[in-house]
Structure formats: structure tokens, C-alpha cells
Design a protein around this ligand. Structure first.
Ligand code: EPU
Length: 413
């Protein structure tokens, strides 16, 4: 399937943002901690969430989806994650911590390296070992066994997934655990908040040092998935690239500081508590030098959006990708097919902005795919963006939503 996109149409109008993929996946993983009902509202209807739900169902959880509300209940009947589903999404790793906490064992087939580069699990596994859990990593399968005991552990890097797994692993561990150098992404903080609502004793939530006092039982709750900051940034980038004028609603500008900082120095950006008014009149003179880094700095997940914006600016931009080794080169090559001037060396892209023209390009990962769609919206003439299955992993009907803002995108089999 591919998108056929007629570019050059400014985006205008109002568009709401739905729940964040990376928040929903972490909360779904944490459902394993309790047999009670866990009710998740604002859960996005995307392939990664659907696959995570299937994974949990195959392992024994009862899951009911009604619109945007997903209710999970019951025990796991198997501690082995099914290979056919587990290998489809990296988020499947987010059951490790809660399964070890609740069932004292779990076996998870590992997804291989994906299109954005190698994604090792050493921090997740070392952390579990520090809690006294035996870990066997055979390269394509991880097995963990043992009752987690409170400990102090310093993550060598503030990994989002490892922080989430270790938080879940600690909540039932006897004693007080201290996790040092935790990720502080809003999705991690949402998980911490939900765990507290479920009866966990956590102090320092939202900071890089988190203390968890183990409790005997975690109970059910109802929780709202936070708005997807990457989706909000995607809509804003599409408006910027087409000199549009949009309002993004149901979002959380507070979670988007680094991105909004960069944009508000170049465009008219007005933030309200849960909405952003945005208007772009001309191409900016580049974006300077931007490096990706863990929250609160510029997120790697917005890097491919920025690469496109830089390519259609009127100046020079240097983008340094510090998190994933292979998240720049593919889109740079595809954008160059559209007339961009981007050179990449060792994860540093040097971009000289200019006008883009339509071309046939291909998505190789989720965020990169969104970056190419935006480039096609900005380009003169028609483009085809193929391999759009990657985009469906994390965006709810990206074409339909952009079309509501005046884009001209159709889907071709
Ligand atoms: N890393 C290790 N060892 C580990 C874990 C991570 O070396 O044990 C490295 C990774 O290789 C990478 C860096 O640490 O270089 C950051 O990885 P992190 O663990 O923080 O990422 P993640 O938890 O695997 C989540 C999001 C990603 C997002 C990153 C960074 C989920 C399901 N995924 O991944 O989202 O890019 O954090 O913010 O939460 C996406 O949505 O498109 C996406 C890739």
C-alpha cells in the first residue's frame, strides 16, 4: 500500500490529538501486575497497540476494547510470550518487569534489530539481575526467573523501556528499591502515576532518582493515556512545511518544550493549556544545530520531522542523532530524491534547505514515514510514499486526518 500525495496545499483547520502509543504500550505491559480490572481510556487504535493486546490475550489476559477504552482483567495463563506477536513490536519487551514481579518468571522472544538500528536490552536485564532475578539471554530469547528483591540500581543510560520495566519489577519487591538515572519522558511519568493509583509506593516520580517501596498487592484502576506529543509535532510540522495555519487540540504543550522552543523562534506559535495555535508564513532560515537526547531535550522521535522541515527551509541546519545509529540515512536519501540537499556522516546530517519536488519514496520506519509524508505535502507535484504499513504502527489514519486539514492524500493498494 502507498500514499499518493499531491503537494503544495497549505494545511488549515483544527485537529485533535489521540493517546500516545508509547504511553499505552507501557500501561498495557503494567496490566500484568494485577488480576483486577485495569481500564485505560484514550487508547489509540494503532497496529502496535492491537498487537500488544493480542500478545496479552494469548498469554491469558482478558481484554475488551470499546472505542478508545481498553479494559484488561484476569491472570496470565502462560508466562511465555508468543513469538509470532512478540517479534512484531519492540513494546512487547514491556511485559518483562511486571511478569517477573507478579509471576516470578517470563520468557520473551526478542525482536531483532529494527530499521532504526540495534536495540539492545542489556540495561533491562542488568537491572533485573541487580534485583536478584536470574536472566538467560540466548540471543533470540530472554528467560527471567526469580523473586525480585529491593536493591539500588543505576541505569548506565536513561533508557525509557528499561526504566519502565524496572519500575514494574520493583513495585512488589520487599523493601525499598532505588533506581538512579531513570528516564523522565512524560510516558514514564504517566506509568509512575498509574502505578501509584494502583497502590504502588513511589517517591521521586518524574525525576531521575525514583524510590519504590514494595507492597504486597497492586490493584486495578482507571487511567487516561496521555496525548501523543509526537503526533502533535507531526501535525505542526505538516503545517509548517506547507505554510499553514492550524490548531492542535487535546494535546499537552508542556510535554513538547524542546520542539516548541525551536518552532516558536521561527513561526507564530501560541500555547494554551491543552491546545496549540500555529501559523507559518514563510520558510525559516534553517534550524541551526539540533541534537537529539533524552527528555527534556529534543526527542529522537521528532528528528525525521525536523529533517523534512530543514530540507524545505531556506538555510542551513545540522542535525545530530545521538540515540539510534540508523535513524537519519534512509530519510536523507529519500528526501534527496525529492530535490533536497542533505549529506549524512556518522549520524550527523548537514541540510541546505530549498524547494522539494514530488518523487517516489519509501518509508522504512514509523517516524521516518511521517517525515516523508510531510515532505510530499510540501513538495511541488505528486509523490508516492510506499511501505506505509510502518506508519500505521503509530498513527491513527494519518492520511485521513491530514486530509481533514486540506491535504490531498489517497491510498493505493
Ligand atoms: N539502549 C541500550 N540498552 C538497553 C536499552 C536501550 O543500549 O538495554 C539504548 C538504545 O539502543 C538506544 C537508547 O538506549 O540507543 C535509547 O533507547 P530507549 O531504551 O530509551 O528506547 P526504547 O525504550 O526502546 C522508546 C520508544 C521509542 C523512542 C525511544 C527514545 C517505546 C515503545 N518506544 O524506545 O519510540 O524512540 O524510547 O525516546 O516506548 C517510536 O515511537 O517510533 C519509537 C521508536
Amino acid at each position: 500500500m502507498e500514499y499518493i500525495i499531491n503537494g503544495g496545499r497549505p494545511l488549515c483547520g483544527e485537529i485533535p490529538v489521540y493517546g500516545a502509543k508509547n504511553c499505552a504500550l507501557a500501561l498495557l505491559g503494567a496490566s500484568v501486575l494485577t488480576d483486577d480490572d485495569l481500564v485505560l481510556r484514550n487508547c489509540p487504535d494503532i497496529a502496535d497497540v492491537a498487537n500488544m493486546i493480542v500478545l496479552l490475550q494469548v498469554m491469558g489476559k482478558k481484554v475488551v476494547r470499546q472505542g478508545d477504552t481498553v479494559t484488561l482483567s484476569g491472570r496470565l495463563t502462560s508466562i511465555c510470550a508468543p513469538r509470532s506477536v512478540a517479534t512484531l513490536l519492540r513494546g512487547s519487551a514491556l511485559i518483562l518487569g511486571s511478569a517477573v514481579a507478579r509471576y516470578h518468571q517470563v520468557a520473551l522472544p526478542l525482536p531483532g534489530g529494527c530499521a532504526i538500528g540495534a536495540r539492545p536490552m542489556d540495561i533491562h536485564l542488568c537491572g533485573l539481575q541487580a534485583l536478584g532475578v536470574d536472566v538467560l539471554d540466548t540471543g533470540d530469547m530472554v528467560s527471567c526467573k526469580g523473586v525480585p528483591k529491593a536493591a539500588e540500581y543505576k541505569l548506565r543510560f536513561a533508557s525509557v523501556g528499561a526504566t519502565e520495566n524496572l519500575l514494574c519489577a520493583c513495585v512488589l519487591a520487599e523493601g525499598v528499591s532505588t533506581l538512579v538515572n531513570c528516564a523522565t519522558e512524560p510516558e514514564v511519568v504517566a506509568l509512575e502515576q498509574m502505578l501509584v493509583q494502583m497502590g504502588a509506593r513511589i517517591s521521586g516520580a518524574g525525576s531521575s532518582v525514583v524510590q519504590i517501596e514494595g507492597v504486597k498487592k497492586i490493584h486495578g484502576t482507571e487511567f487516561v493515556v496521555i496525548p501523543d506529543r509526537i503526533v502533535a509535532a507531526t501535525y505542526l510540522s505538516a503545517a509548517a512545511a506547507t505554510y499553514g495555519n492550524i490548531t492542535v487540540t487535546n494535546c499537552c504543550p508542556q510535554h513538547m518544550g524542546a520542539f516548541l522552543d525551536l518552532m516558536s523562534r521561527r513561526f507564530d506559535v501560541r500555547c494554551r493549556s491543552d491546545a496549540i495555535d500555529f501559523s507559518a508564513k514563510r520558510a525559516p532560515d534553517g534550524y541551526g544545530r539540533v541534537e537529539t537526547a533524552p527528555y527534556p531535550f529534543f526527542p529522537t522521535d521528532m528528528q525525521s520531522l525536523l529533517l523534512t522541515l530543514a530540507a524545505c527551509s531556506s538555510g542551513k541546519t545540522v542535525i545530530v542523532e545521538n540515540l539510534f545509529e540508523n535513524r537519519l540515512a534512509h530519510n536523507a536519501a529519500e528526501l534527496n530524491k525529492m530535490g533536497a540537499d542533505i549529506s549524512v556522516e556518522n549520524n550527523v546530517a548537514t541540510v541546505y534547505g530549498g524547494k522539494l519536488h514530488g518523487a517516489n519514496v519509501s518509508a522504512s520506519d514509523l517516524r521516518g514515514g511521517a517525515g516523508l509524508v510531510i515532505a510530499a505535502l510540501a513538495a511541488e507535484g505528486q509523490s508516492a510514499v510506499s511501505e506505509i504499513r510502518h506508519i500505521g504502527r503509530g498513527y491513527v489514519d494519518l492520511a485521513g486526518n491530514l486530509n481533514k486539514l486540506g491535504a490531498e492524500i489517497s491510498v493505493r493498494d
